[in-house]
Each structure stands twice: as structure tokens, then as C-alpha cells.
Design a protein around this ligand. Structure first.
Ligand code: ADP
Ligand code: MG
Length: 309
């Protein structure tokens, strides 16, 4: 069985409002799956259904090929969107308490907590009260508690919101490592631009509907347009530009560089390759920059939304 988790044809309505409209996702084992979409798209609702906090109106969720069962929560680590820790408890005390709830012995819980606190450089916080911590700090503690019992499925709802860039990067690296160590990860985010490198698979959710899903590399291949960005030095830039326009489909380029050169984006025909363009350029200019344009997930999202509108 290739997929650890399958959600099939999920519908969820709140009164007259449909929050999920026939949404299905498949999460391959030991992969990172990003559930992406703007605020209000339905991401949290789907994650709550997978965590059996909410029931779907229609549809089924399978873990390891079997319909989801209340006991399965032991195999799932869940970082909810609203981060709730008891404000007046001490960090260490609370972490131990929550770890015990997940079935770890006191000794084991302590050992693992010490390991993780050290890893995330929060050893000094053990005796602090939660209310003394900043939002980002409390979120680090909650991240540790989520992963502590080494569940095979980890679900993070907006794991990066509330973190500064340094800590967001640190959590990104931890998520990658958890995947490399064998966990399967599902996370949501409304910030499409910053996390696509993290995801092996994505699903784009917009207004309760899934617009697109699949392997990130495959999706990008499908959406790229045989277009290259070039930065060129030539004695006569306007002549070069005319020659290029004569031969290729030329447009303005979006990149910046330290060179004050001619920046263009050049679209090739379907049967042409980068070599055709390079060959053409070699005798006419010095090539400072030559990169294939790979659409970002955000570009793809905007294109898909526009197409579906
Ligand atoms: P996202 O996590 O993608 O930002 P949510 O899943 O939280 O979106 O919400 C999707 C939509 O469903 C929103 O319009 C939200 O207001 C609505 N919604 C979520 N939970 C409830 C609820 N318990 N009752 C009524 N509406 C809800
Ligand atoms: Mg949400």
C-alpha cells in the first residue's frame, strides 16, 4: 500500500455553507504533503476531520488502508491551529503531563523531552511558565509535544505562522528530518510562496474545492512553458533585441541582477530546447544569466483559480 492516508470524497457543511465540497487527498508514505490555499479555503476543516474532531457529512478517511478508528489518534501527532497550553503551568511540567497522556512512561517522556528541548535550543525554558513565553516560543513547545511520541502521521495546521524567519526555518528543517526518519507529514499553510520546496506533494484548496493536487515536480513540469530568462551583454542591445524578436517569442524578464544588461524572457517552440537558444545567443552576446522559468506554486495557483473562475 503506497498511501498512508486517504481521504475520499469528503463533504462538510455548516448550515447552508459548504466548507468542503467533494475533496479527496492521497498521502504517500514518508512524504511531506502540503495542503495549500488562502484563508477560509477549508484546510483546517479537513485536518479536523482527519483527526476525528469533526465528522464529515459524506466521505471516508482511511489510515493504512483501514477506515479511521478512534484508536488511531495514538498514531497521529496533531498541532492544531489554535495553540492551547495551560498558561499558568510550567513548561516542563506541562510537557511531561501531555507526553504521559500520549502513553509515554515518565522516564521515557523525560528523556525524549530533554532530547527535543536541547535540539530546539529551549532547555532553559523548562521551569518557565507558559504565560512568560512569546507566541513563537510557546509554539516551539507545542511542536515538541506534537512529535514527541514519534507518531507515523504528523499533522501540522499552519506550523509556520507565529514564527520569525529563523525559527520558521528551524521548524522546516525539523519537518524534513522527521520525514527522512520515516514519518509521513501533512501540513496546511496559506503562505504558498514560502513552503513549496518543503513539499513532495501538494493539494491546492480554494473556496471549499480542491483545484489541483499531485507531486510538486510533476505539477511544475506540466505548468512550465519552455520559457527562459536571459541576461545579455551586447554591443548593440537594440539590434540584438530585434534579432531575437525576429526568431523567438520575446517578453520582459522579471528577475533582478547586479548586471546592467538586457534582461528578457524568451519562449521557445515546443520542439525547441535550451540548446537552440544558447546556440543563437553565443555568437551575438555574452550570456550573464540563463535560467529556465519554473512556475512557483503561487503562479500555478493563480492560473488555476483564473481558469476555474
Ligand atoms: P482554512 O483553514 O482554510 O482557513 P477553515 O477550514 O478554517 O479554513 O474554514 C473554512 C470555512 O468554513 C470558513 O468559511 C469558516 O468560516 C467555515 N467554518 C469552519 N468551521 C466552522 C464551524 N464550526 N461553523 C461554521 N462555519 C465554519
Ligand atoms: Mg486554517
Amino acid at each position: 500500500m503506497e498511501n498512508l492516508l486517504v481521504a475520499e470524497n469528503i463533504y462538510k457543511r455548516f448550515g447552508n455553507f459548504t466548507a468542503l465540497n467533494n475533496v479527496s487527498i492521497n498521502i504517500p508514505r514518508e512524504s511531506i504533503f502540503g495542503l495549500l490555499g488562502p484563508n477560509g479555503a477549508g484546510k483546517t476543516t479537513l485536518l479536523r476531520i482527519i483527526n476525528q474532531i469533526t465528522m464529515p457529512d459524506e466521505g471516508k478517511v482511511y489510515l493504512d488502508g483501514k477506515p479511521l478508528h478512534p484508536d488511531d489518534i495514538a498514531h497521529i501527532g496533531y498541532l492544531p491551529e489554535e495553540r492551547g497550553l495551560y498558561k499558568s503551568m510550567k513548561v516542563g511540567e506541562q510537557a511531561l503531563y501531555l507526553a504521559r497522556l500520549k502513553g509515554l512512561s515518565k522516564a521515557e517522556a523525560k528523556e525524549r523531552l530533554q532530547y527535543w528541548f536541547k535540539r530546539l535550543e529551549i532547555e532553559g525554558w523548562w521551569d518557565k511558565k507558559i504565560q512568560e513565553l512569546s507566541k513563537g516560543m510557546a509554539q516551539k513547545v507545542q511542536f515538541v509535544i506534537t512529535v514527541l511520541h514519534s507518531p507515523k502521521l504528523l499533522i501540522f495546521d499552519e506550523p509556520f505562522s507565529g514564527f520569525d524567519p529563523v525559527n520558521a526555518n528551524l521548524i522546516k528543517d525539523e519537518i524534513l528530518k522527521l520525514r527522512d526518519d520515516g514519518a509521513t507529514i501533512l501540513f496546511s499553510t496559506h503562505r504558498m510562496e514560502s513552503v513549496e520546496e518543503l513539499c513532495d506533494y501538494i493539494a491546492l484548496i480554494h473556496k471549499s474545492n480542491k483545484l489541483l493536487d499531485g507531486k510538486v515536480s510533476e505539477i511544475k513540469k506540466e505548468y512550465k512553458a519552455n520559457t527562459f530568462e536571459v541576461g545579455l551583454d551586447a554591443l548593440d542591445e537594440s539590434k540584438l533585441r530585434l534579432e531575437l524578436e525576429d526568431r523567438f517569442q520575446v517578453g520582459p524578464a522579471r528577475f533582478k541582477s547586479i548586471q546592467n544588461d538586457l534582461k528578457l524572457s524568451i519562449k521557445l517552440k515546443e520542439n525547441e530546447s535550451s540548446n537552440d537558444l544558447i546556440q543563437f545567443l553565443l555568437t551575438r552576446a555574452r550570456i550573464n544569466h540563463f535560467v529556465e522559468v519554473i512556475p512557483s506554486v503561487n503562479d500555478i495557483f493563480i492560473k488555476t483559480v483564473t481558469q476555474n473562475a
